[in-house]
Design a protein around this ligand. Sequence first.
Ligand SMILES: *[C@@H]1O[C@H](CO)[C@@H](O)[C@H](O)[C@H]1NC(C)=O
Ligand SMILES: *[C@@H]1O[C@H](CO)[C@@H](O)[C@H](O)[C@H]1NC(C)=O
Ligand SMILES: *[C@@H]1O[C@H](CO)[C@@H](O)[C@H](O)[C@H]1NC(C)=O
Ligand SMILES: *[C@@H]1O[C@H](CO)[C@@H](O)[C@H](O)[C@H]1NC(C)=O
Ligand SMILES: *[C@@H]1O[C@H](CO)[C@@H](O)[C@H](O)[C@H]1NC(C)=O
Ligand SMILES: *[C@@H]1O[C@H](CO)[C@@H](O)[C@H](O)[C@H]1NC(C)=O
Ligand SMILES: *[C@@H]1O[C@H](CO)[C@@H](O)[C@H](O)[C@H]1NC(C)=O
Ligand SMILES: *[C@@H]1O[C@H](CO)[C@@H](O)[C@H](O)[C@H]1NC(C)=O
Length: 900
Amino acid sequence: MAHLSIVTSILLCCCVTYLYAQQQCEQSVNVARFDCFSDDGPTQERCEARKCCWRPPVISMNLTKIDSADFRDINVPYCYYPKDFPTYKVTSDEQTDFGQRVRIVKSQTTYMPHDILDLTVDLIYETQQRFRIRIYDSAYQRYMVPLKVPVVEKKANMTDYAVTVQSNPFAIFVTRISTGVILFDSSVAPLIFADQFIKFSTRLSSPLLYGLGEHKQALLINITDEWKRLTFWTRDIGPQPNTNLYGSHPFHINLEQIPNKETNFHGQFFLNSNAMDVDLQPLPALTYTTIGGIIDLYIFTGPTVQDVIEQYWDVIGKPTMPPFWSLGFHLCRWGYNTIENLTAVIQRMHDADFPYDVQWTDIDVMSNKLDFTYDTKNFHGLPELVRTLQANGKHYVNIIDPAISSTQPAGTYPPYDDGLQQGVFITKYNSTEPIIGEVWPGATAFPDFTNPKGIDWWTRAVSAFHEIVPFDGMWIDMNEPSNFVDGSHDGCTMNSLDNPPFTPHVVGGNLTSKTLCPSAQQYLSQHYNLHNMYGYFEAQASNIALQRVRNKRPFVLTRSSFAGSGQFTAHWTGDNGASFEDLYSSIPTILSFNMFGITHVGADICGFAGDTTEELCTRWMQLGAFYPFMRNHNAIDDKAQDPASFSWEAQQIMKQALLMRYSLSPFWYTLHHKAAMRSQTVVQPLFFEYPNDANTYNIDQQFLIGTALLISPNLVSGSNTVHAYIPQDVWYEFPSGVQLKTVGQYIDLDTPIQKINVHVRGGFVIPMQIPGDNLVLGRGNPFILLVALSQGGNATGSLFWDDGDSLDSIETKTYNYFEFTVTGSNTLTINGVVMNYKDSAMALGMVKVLGLNKTVIGVNVNGKAYSNFLYNSLDDVLLVYGLDLNMLAQASQTIAWTTS
Ligand SMILES: *[C@@H]1O[C@H](CO)[C@@H](O)[C@H](O)[C@H]1NC(C)=O
Ligand SMILES: *[C@@H]1O[C@H](CO)[C@@H](O)[C@H](O)[C@H]1NC(C)=O
Ligand SMILES: *[C@@H]1O[C@H](CO)[C@@H](O)[C@H](O)[C@H]1NC(C)=O
Ligand SMILES: *[C@@H]1O[C@H](CO)[C@@H](O)[C@H](O)[C@H]1NC(C)=O
Ligand SMILES: *[C@@H]1O[C@H](CO)[C@@H](O)[C@H](O)[C@H]1NC(C)=O
Ligand SMILES: *[C@@H]1O[C@H](CO)[C@@H](O)[C@H](O)[C@H]1NC(C)=O
Ligand SMILES: *[C@@H]1O[C@H](CO)[C@@H](O)[C@H](O)[C@H]1NC(C)=O
Ligand SMILES: *[C@@H]1O[C@H](CO)[C@@H](O)[C@H](O)[C@H]1NC(C)=O
């Protein structure tokens, strides 16, 4: 009997447990499952050992939208968290000056080693639109990202958001007060916080998001019926989808759609520099899984997308103001191989009369691929060549990789000797010896730019080489950091930094792949924590070094980047290929990097790897003329692709594109000024300006420059038309000025090879200039104002102008700033708001007014009749020419026209 009752109670107990588990595992829809086994190799046994639920996806016969998505999707996790998975509960909650401090604890551990059972949560109400959540170990200080972010001690008085904390289980909810939309909701999955495994999730406001770079993907991440994983671990690899790439930007913008209401946007930034996965699922929800640091999360409530950007950049830093010359055309290739080849290319570019500003060289110029050297045999006379370029107003940029050869005879190679002596190299785990890997010159040590001594050492190396070759900018490549051997020449350790209990889904399978051992020691922390910021710190050091050496505005181009890198550097999209597919994908990448605060960005025009074709290169020069950063760059042994290497016809088309770019240089420069001063993106997707037009949400084959120019490139081989979306607005064709008749829909634009579609938006005044051979030589040329009237006959614009190269033109107010306005359809007013820079002439040569649909019978300049004008009634264009109006002559000047 006794035995029987034991058996019965065991059975009963199991049955209850089973039923209970059944209930805990119940999920109404597959998309609400949060993956408990995102590491490789889940099985039922391993899953249940984690106290998680194991179920095949529910295959529903009810084909509503979500269910049909479930049905199709293979990524639904079999192993997921039960509702009662052990997590934290609140033990105390106090009001503080900055907001709220909450203590959370748990008693049960999870499947990851070293759970941290006692955590502190700071809820910081930083501004009316910016909220910060920090969750960290209550007892021990953990690694925190060494980014200088604002420190807010006093809670904002009023906020656009409301925050609530759920006690058990612990969860945070953030809602937008004006609409009630949930911006953050961590209750969807358990928080796990172990030493090397931090995981939390949030419900998204909609399945439409942007950002989360650097990845090769469409601009719009649409998870309506898709599961998606994005991994962050900086990596040297030619851009390809579903792969961690050169940079790490765990920032996204989420669109909030409410029927019949204005569309709002909010942003979210996870300030964490460790290797991580971001998992997205159609609930819609987002899960961060990082392997170090703390939870430090910002929410930006916008509500416009530009507001979100501004609020984000207030945290990470605004983009640097580039020197004016760097907005011109840059030409580069890997494999000029000899100075004769290099000179020949420069000569043929000159003979063919291409405007261009900057000549570059790659690693083939170095002596034995050693940084801070040049090959005095094959590139004999390089310093003289550089000086000749500079004498003609051109500039020169060369490549410098971070890794420093460690095998040169002692006393022969100062960068290594000096670095070793100063102790600036990253060291092996638990050792003072530099960790040695392998890059272009063979065995190399890796400078630690988080060490202040590293910056001084770098400056000395830059300065010494600058004495020999007076370069104007630095191209910092291979700074993920790239390493041709995994880890180091001696492998890595067996410790948990090199072999963490969970590895995010990095290409190559482990963190040591093609880089340094994570256990390597840097000044500020382990490489494990700082890896994603290697390029950030190198860019900062290079920016500082260039300022010290040249005492002019620095130009740095980096491959690897982190949140905030835009303060120091421009960026290119890395080793792309010569294909139409890469031509397209340059656009979403460039638009995303503008959101990330690296506004001076471009892709290798005509394609880096592989032979280009004349058609592809022509289309790419046309598109590239509208990249913020315009560089044509080619790989070794590939067919030449400098513009002068093509047929006469192709050259004329490329030249036309270059002349368009050069004529718009004052507009570009002003946009960069606005990026640096007012947190505005230089180029942007259409939805930034048309947020309530759902047609724009996924457009990434067209884009806007500032808010006034619409670019609709031809991205298809053999095609003569572009199927382009023209938002509901007033648009004029550039440069003809003819108004588009059909707007607010997709239209087919005739786009033969000689044409790039550029449209000017009504309501804007665009400052332009007659192009010179390069931007320096063209600086004194006459300006042009292109006035595109709105429906109501208005237009506004502005122009920032200084010497283009000074470090302190803003601080010393040595610049000019003009505002242009057209009111009442008949008067253009030029307002000199600041007019302190008088070193170069600013003569207005021409005004072109588009959309003037009444016959113009007279023009007045500053009240005096002026006869040099033409009115084209067919196209509604007024041209006022031969002006020679000194824009600095007085603070307010007018050009008015009278109509019949
Ligand atoms: C299908 O799903 C919808 C939405 O969840 C529900 O309203 C409907 O009753 C379901 N139909 C059936 C046949 O289960
Ligand atoms: C917040 O409100 C207090 C009291 O009304 C006021 O003294 C203070 O200046 C306000 N602070 C901010 C940042 O607006
Ligand atoms: C997002 O994806 C869904 C499903 O594929 C699609 O119906 C919807 O149109 C997409 N949204 C946008 C804005 O592209
Ligand atoms: C460089 O010049 C050499 C001969 O001087 C020639 O063989 C080679 O093809 C040239 N390379 C390029 C990239 O122009
Ligand atoms: C660090 O190195 C010292 C001396 O080589 C050794 O005794 C010690 O065990 C090492 N510590 C660790 C944690 O590897
Ligand atoms: C990383 O993966 C490679 C290839 O599978 C392997 O050789 C290496 O030992 C791994 N390194 C570590 C630290 O796990
Ligand atoms: C042109 O004229 C019409 C009729 O007067 C007016 O409605 C329109 O706004 C004007 N301007 C443009 C740019 O179309
Ligand atoms: C044009 O400008 C005038 C004066 O600034 C203003 O009253 C009017 O609203 C503007 N119209 C449009 C369509 O912007």
